[in-house]
Write a protein that binds this ligand. Structure first.
Ligand SMILES: [Zn+2]
Length: 318
Protein backbone atom coordinates (compact mmCIF):
# COMPACT_ATOMS: atom_id res chain seq x y z
CA UNK A 1 0.00 0.00 0.00
CA UNK A 2 1.12 3.54 -0.69
CA UNK A 3 1.41 6.22 1.99
CA UNK A 4 -1.44 8.59 1.21
CA UNK A 5 -2.11 11.93 2.83
CA UNK A 6 -5.60 13.33 3.34
CA UNK A 7 -5.88 17.06 3.92
CA UNK A 8 -9.06 17.85 5.79
CA UNK A 9 -9.90 20.50 8.34
CA UNK A 10 -13.19 21.44 9.96
CA UNK A 11 -12.27 25.08 9.41
CA UNK A 12 -12.93 24.50 5.68
CA UNK A 13 -16.61 24.30 6.69
CA UNK A 14 -16.57 27.92 7.91
CA UNK A 15 -16.71 29.31 4.36
CA UNK A 16 -20.46 29.90 4.34
CA UNK A 17 -22.00 30.45 0.89
CA UNK A 18 -25.53 30.86 2.25
CA UNK A 19 -28.65 28.82 1.53
CA UNK A 20 -29.08 26.93 -1.74
CA UNK A 21 -25.55 27.50 -3.02
CA UNK A 22 -24.20 24.29 -4.58
CA UNK A 23 -20.67 24.87 -3.25
CA UNK A 24 -21.60 24.14 0.35
CA UNK A 25 -19.95 22.60 3.38
CA UNK A 26 -22.19 19.50 3.11
CA UNK A 27 -19.89 18.43 0.26
CA UNK A 28 -16.90 18.11 2.55
CA UNK A 29 -18.91 16.41 5.28
CA UNK A 30 -20.04 13.80 2.71
CA UNK A 31 -16.44 13.24 1.64
CA UNK A 32 -15.23 12.79 5.21
CA UNK A 33 -18.14 10.47 6.01
CA UNK A 34 -17.37 8.36 2.95
CA UNK A 35 -13.79 7.83 4.08
CA UNK A 36 -14.75 7.24 7.69
CA UNK A 37 -17.42 4.65 6.87
CA UNK A 38 -14.98 2.77 4.65
CA UNK A 39 -12.40 2.67 7.47
CA UNK A 40 -9.97 4.79 5.46
CA UNK A 41 -9.32 7.54 8.01
CA UNK A 42 -7.00 5.23 9.95
CA UNK A 43 -5.19 4.23 6.74
CA UNK A 44 -4.33 7.74 5.52
CA UNK A 45 -2.07 10.33 7.06
CA UNK A 46 -4.48 12.99 8.22
CA UNK A 47 -3.13 16.47 7.45
CA UNK A 48 -4.55 19.60 9.09
CA UNK A 49 -4.60 22.97 7.39
CA UNK A 50 -2.16 25.74 8.17
CA UNK A 51 -2.40 29.35 7.10
CA UNK A 52 -0.43 30.12 3.96
CA UNK A 53 2.31 32.70 3.97
CA UNK A 54 0.83 35.44 1.77
CA UNK A 55 4.07 35.57 -0.22
CA UNK A 56 3.13 32.20 -1.73
CA UNK A 57 -0.29 33.47 -2.79
CA UNK A 58 1.51 36.34 -4.54
CA UNK A 59 3.43 33.94 -6.80
CA UNK A 60 0.14 33.58 -8.70
CA UNK A 61 -2.29 36.33 -7.66
CA UNK A 62 -2.01 40.10 -7.74
CA UNK A 63 -1.65 41.89 -4.41
CA UNK A 64 -4.63 44.01 -5.44
CA UNK A 65 -6.87 40.95 -5.67
CA UNK A 66 -5.63 39.55 -2.36
CA UNK A 67 -6.31 42.87 -0.61
CA UNK A 68 -9.74 43.34 -2.20
CA UNK A 69 -10.72 39.82 -1.15
CA UNK A 70 -9.52 40.30 2.42
CA UNK A 71 -11.20 43.68 2.75
CA UNK A 72 -14.50 42.36 1.36
CA UNK A 73 -14.50 39.73 4.12
CA UNK A 74 -13.61 42.24 6.83
CA UNK A 75 -16.42 44.51 5.67
CA UNK A 76 -18.84 41.60 5.92
CA UNK A 77 -19.78 41.56 2.24
CA UNK A 78 -21.65 38.45 1.16
CA UNK A 79 -20.34 38.22 -2.39
CA UNK A 80 -17.35 39.33 -4.43
CA UNK A 81 -17.76 40.66 -7.99
CA UNK A 82 -20.47 38.16 -9.00
CA UNK A 83 -23.38 36.35 -7.29
CA UNK A 84 -21.54 33.03 -7.89
CA UNK A 85 -18.88 34.07 -5.40
CA UNK A 86 -20.77 34.04 -2.14
CA UNK A 87 -18.72 34.70 0.93
CA UNK A 88 -18.78 35.36 4.66
CA UNK A 89 -16.35 36.87 7.18
CA UNK A 90 -14.37 33.61 7.35
CA UNK A 91 -13.96 33.09 3.59
CA UNK A 92 -10.58 34.81 3.23
CA UNK A 93 -9.08 32.90 6.17
CA UNK A 94 -10.56 29.64 4.86
CA UNK A 95 -8.95 30.22 1.47
CA UNK A 96 -5.62 31.01 3.16
CA UNK A 97 -5.89 27.77 5.17
CA UNK A 98 -6.67 25.75 2.05
CA UNK A 99 -3.59 27.03 0.22
CA UNK A 100 -1.38 26.61 3.29
CA UNK A 101 -2.62 23.06 3.78
CA UNK A 102 -1.97 22.17 0.16
CA UNK A 103 1.56 23.62 0.21
CA UNK A 104 2.31 21.67 3.39
CA UNK A 105 1.01 18.56 1.63
CA UNK A 106 3.29 19.31 -1.34
CA UNK A 107 6.24 19.49 1.07
CA UNK A 108 5.32 16.13 2.62
CA UNK A 109 5.25 14.52 -0.82
CA UNK A 110 8.50 16.15 -1.91
CA UNK A 111 10.24 15.20 1.36
CA UNK A 112 9.16 11.60 0.81
CA UNK A 113 7.03 11.50 3.96
CA UNK A 114 4.04 10.41 1.89
CA UNK A 115 3.67 9.19 -1.70
CA UNK A 116 0.52 11.02 -2.72
CA UNK A 117 -2.46 12.86 -1.25
CA UNK A 118 -6.04 14.01 -1.62
CA UNK A 119 -6.73 17.55 -0.43
CA UNK A 120 -10.43 17.98 0.39
CA UNK A 121 -10.48 21.76 0.52
CA UNK A 122 -12.91 24.63 0.11
CA UNK A 123 -13.16 27.04 -1.61
CA UNK A 124 -12.21 25.42 -4.94
CA UNK A 125 -9.72 27.14 -7.24
CA UNK A 126 -9.44 26.36 -10.95
CA UNK A 127 -11.58 29.25 -12.25
CA UNK A 128 -9.60 31.90 -10.33
CA UNK A 129 -7.29 34.02 -12.49
CA UNK A 130 -4.38 36.28 -11.49
CA UNK A 131 -6.64 39.22 -10.67
CA UNK A 132 -10.10 37.75 -10.88
CA UNK A 133 -12.28 35.57 -8.66
CA UNK A 134 -14.98 33.61 -10.45
CA UNK A 135 -17.02 30.41 -10.45
CA UNK A 136 -16.97 29.83 -6.65
CA UNK A 137 -13.14 30.15 -6.76
CA UNK A 138 -10.94 32.74 -4.97
CA UNK A 139 -7.35 31.49 -4.92
CA UNK A 140 -6.21 29.06 -7.59
CA UNK A 141 -5.05 26.28 -5.26
CA UNK A 142 -3.58 24.01 -7.93
CA UNK A 143 -1.85 26.84 -9.81
CA UNK A 144 -0.20 28.04 -6.59
CA UNK A 145 0.92 24.45 -5.86
CA UNK A 146 2.37 24.11 -9.37
CA UNK A 147 4.33 27.34 -9.14
CA UNK A 148 5.45 26.46 -5.60
CA UNK A 149 6.86 23.20 -6.96
CA UNK A 150 8.80 25.23 -9.51
CA UNK A 151 10.05 27.94 -7.10
CA UNK A 152 10.67 26.08 -3.88
CA UNK A 153 11.39 22.59 -5.15
CA UNK A 154 13.03 23.65 -8.42
CA UNK A 155 11.11 21.16 -10.53
CA UNK A 156 11.38 21.53 -14.29
CA UNK A 157 8.13 19.85 -15.35
CA UNK A 158 4.80 19.87 -13.48
CA UNK A 159 1.78 18.15 -15.03
CA UNK A 160 -1.80 19.14 -14.20
CA UNK A 161 -4.80 16.95 -15.02
CA UNK A 162 -8.15 18.69 -14.58
CA UNK A 163 -11.18 16.40 -14.89
CA UNK A 164 -13.71 18.81 -13.37
CA UNK A 165 -16.61 19.07 -15.84
CA UNK A 166 -15.88 22.78 -16.28
CA UNK A 167 -12.80 24.13 -18.00
CA UNK A 168 -10.18 25.48 -15.61
CA UNK A 169 -9.86 28.86 -17.31
CA UNK A 170 -7.82 30.24 -14.42
CA UNK A 171 -5.20 27.51 -14.47
CA UNK A 172 -4.93 27.66 -18.26
CA UNK A 173 -4.63 31.44 -18.21
CA UNK A 174 -1.89 31.41 -15.56
CA UNK A 175 0.29 28.87 -17.38
CA UNK A 176 -0.57 29.35 -21.06
CA UNK A 177 2.85 30.87 -21.88
CA UNK A 178 4.80 28.56 -19.55
CA UNK A 179 6.31 25.36 -21.02
CA UNK A 180 7.27 24.04 -17.56
CA UNK A 181 3.65 23.43 -16.51
CA UNK A 182 1.54 21.20 -18.74
CA UNK A 183 -2.18 21.85 -18.30
CA UNK A 184 -4.59 19.19 -19.52
CA UNK A 185 -8.35 19.57 -19.13
CA UNK A 186 -11.30 17.40 -20.16
CA UNK A 187 -14.65 19.15 -19.74
CA UNK A 188 -18.07 19.80 -21.21
CA UNK A 189 -17.78 21.73 -24.47
CA UNK A 190 -17.59 25.53 -23.90
CA UNK A 191 -20.50 26.19 -26.24
CA UNK A 192 -22.73 24.47 -23.69
CA UNK A 193 -21.01 25.06 -20.40
CA UNK A 194 -19.42 27.52 -18.00
CA UNK A 195 -17.02 29.35 -18.32
CA UNK A 196 -17.00 29.28 -22.15
CA UNK A 197 -13.29 28.53 -22.69
CA UNK A 198 -11.31 25.35 -23.33
CA UNK A 199 -11.73 24.72 -27.03
CA UNK A 200 -9.41 22.23 -28.66
CA UNK A 201 -7.52 24.94 -30.56
CA UNK A 202 -6.48 26.62 -27.27
CA UNK A 203 -3.00 25.12 -26.98
CA UNK A 204 -1.00 27.77 -25.16
CA UNK A 205 0.88 30.86 -26.30
CA UNK A 206 4.48 31.80 -27.06
CA UNK A 207 6.95 29.42 -25.44
CA UNK A 208 4.04 27.65 -23.81
CA UNK A 209 2.45 26.65 -27.11
CA UNK A 210 1.83 22.91 -27.03
CA UNK A 211 1.78 22.74 -23.22
CA UNK A 212 -1.96 23.38 -22.87
CA UNK A 213 -4.29 20.66 -24.09
CA UNK A 214 -8.08 20.68 -24.00
CA UNK A 215 -10.51 17.85 -24.67
CA UNK A 216 -14.02 19.35 -24.91
CA UNK A 217 -16.83 16.83 -24.59
CA UNK A 218 -20.35 17.16 -26.00
CA UNK A 219 -23.46 17.12 -23.78
CA UNK A 220 -24.84 13.62 -23.34
CA UNK A 221 -21.46 11.94 -23.67
CA UNK A 222 -20.24 9.55 -21.03
CA UNK A 223 -17.74 6.85 -20.11
CA UNK A 224 -16.82 5.56 -23.58
CA UNK A 225 -16.10 8.98 -25.04
CA UNK A 226 -14.14 10.10 -21.96
CA UNK A 227 -11.95 7.01 -22.03
CA UNK A 228 -11.31 7.38 -25.77
CA UNK A 229 -10.34 11.06 -25.43
CA UNK A 230 -8.03 10.48 -22.47
CA UNK A 231 -6.30 7.68 -24.39
CA UNK A 232 -5.98 9.84 -27.51
CA UNK A 233 -4.99 13.15 -25.87
CA UNK A 234 -3.74 12.91 -22.28
CA UNK A 235 -1.78 9.65 -22.20
CA UNK A 236 0.53 10.40 -25.17
CA UNK A 237 0.99 14.02 -24.05
CA UNK A 238 2.22 12.98 -20.60
CA UNK A 239 4.29 10.16 -22.11
CA UNK A 240 6.17 12.87 -23.97
CA UNK A 241 6.19 15.53 -21.22
CA UNK A 242 7.13 13.20 -18.36
CA UNK A 243 5.95 15.33 -15.42
CA UNK A 244 8.06 15.18 -12.26
CA UNK A 245 4.89 15.58 -10.18
CA UNK A 246 1.23 15.29 -11.20
CA UNK A 247 -1.34 17.66 -9.73
CA UNK A 248 -4.99 16.75 -10.17
CA UNK A 249 -7.87 19.21 -10.25
CA UNK A 250 -10.38 16.67 -9.01
CA UNK A 251 -13.90 17.79 -9.77
CA UNK A 252 -16.65 15.20 -9.56
CA UNK A 253 -19.33 17.22 -11.38
CA UNK A 254 -19.21 15.17 -14.59
CA UNK A 255 -21.07 12.44 -12.69
CA UNK A 256 -24.38 11.40 -14.25
CA UNK A 257 -26.22 12.35 -11.03
CA UNK A 258 -24.65 15.82 -10.84
CA UNK A 259 -26.94 18.42 -12.38
CA UNK A 260 -24.14 20.92 -13.04
CA UNK A 261 -23.65 19.41 -16.50
CA UNK A 262 -25.07 17.07 -19.11
CA UNK A 263 -22.06 14.77 -19.00
CA UNK A 264 -22.95 11.30 -17.82
CA UNK A 265 -19.98 9.62 -16.20
CA UNK A 266 -20.51 6.58 -14.03
CA UNK A 267 -18.86 6.18 -10.64
CA UNK A 268 -16.73 3.42 -12.18
CA UNK A 269 -15.44 5.76 -14.87
CA UNK A 270 -14.10 8.16 -12.23
CA UNK A 271 -12.20 5.18 -10.80
CA UNK A 272 -10.86 4.28 -14.26
CA UNK A 273 -9.65 7.85 -14.78
CA UNK A 274 -7.93 7.99 -11.40
CA UNK A 275 -6.31 4.57 -11.81
CA UNK A 276 -4.78 5.78 -15.05
CA UNK A 277 -3.55 9.06 -13.56
CA UNK A 278 -1.99 7.16 -10.65
CA UNK A 279 -0.46 4.82 -13.23
CA UNK A 280 1.12 7.77 -15.02
CA UNK A 281 2.47 9.12 -11.72
CA UNK A 282 4.05 5.72 -11.03
CA UNK A 283 5.58 5.69 -14.50
CA UNK A 284 6.89 9.25 -14.78
CA UNK A 285 6.80 10.95 -11.38
CA UNK A 286 8.02 8.39 -8.86
CA UNK A 287 4.38 8.09 -7.74
CA UNK A 288 4.25 11.75 -6.65
CA UNK A 289 0.69 12.99 -7.07
CA UNK A 290 -1.35 15.61 -5.23
CA UNK A 291 -5.08 15.69 -5.93
CA UNK A 292 -7.07 18.77 -4.97
CA UNK A 293 -10.85 18.99 -4.79
CA UNK A 294 -12.57 21.33 -7.24
CA UNK A 295 -16.28 20.84 -8.03
CA UNK A 296 -18.73 17.99 -7.46
CA UNK A 297 -22.19 18.91 -6.24
CA UNK A 298 -24.16 15.67 -6.07
CA UNK A 299 -23.69 15.41 -2.32
CA UNK A 300 -25.31 11.96 -2.23
CA UNK A 301 -22.56 10.67 -4.55
CA UNK A 302 -19.53 12.36 -3.03
CA UNK A 303 -19.04 9.76 -0.29
CA UNK A 304 -18.54 6.88 -2.73
CA UNK A 305 -16.56 8.99 -5.23
CA UNK A 306 -14.14 10.20 -2.55
CA UNK A 307 -13.82 6.73 -1.03
CA UNK A 308 -12.88 5.24 -4.42
CA UNK A 309 -10.52 8.15 -5.11
CA UNK A 310 -8.60 7.58 -1.87
CA UNK A 311 -8.59 3.78 -2.20
CA UNK A 312 -6.97 4.18 -5.61
CA UNK A 313 -4.36 6.57 -4.17
CA UNK A 314 -3.65 4.02 -1.43
CA UNK A 315 -3.52 1.23 -3.99
CA UNK A 316 -5.97 -0.78 -1.95
CA UNK A 317 -8.93 -0.76 -4.33
CA UNK A 318 -9.76 -4.22 -5.62
ZN1 LIG B 1 -16.91 22.26 -12.03
Amino acid sequence: MRRTGFLYDERFLLHDTGPEHPECSARLLAIYKGLEEAGLISKVRLIKASRADQAWIEIVHSIKLIMRFEEACLWGMNELDHPDNKMCRETFETAMLAVGGILHTVDLVMEGEIDNAFCAVRPPGHHAEVSKVMGFCYFNNVAIAARYLRRKWKLQRVGIVDFDVHHGNGTQNIFEDDPSVFYYSIHEHPSFSYPGTGRDFEKGTGEGYGFTLNSPVLPGWGDAEYKALLEKDLFPAFEEFKPEVILVSAGFDAHVDDDMSDIKLSTECFSWIMENIVGMADKYSGGRLISVLEGGYAVSRLSELARNHVEILLGSKA
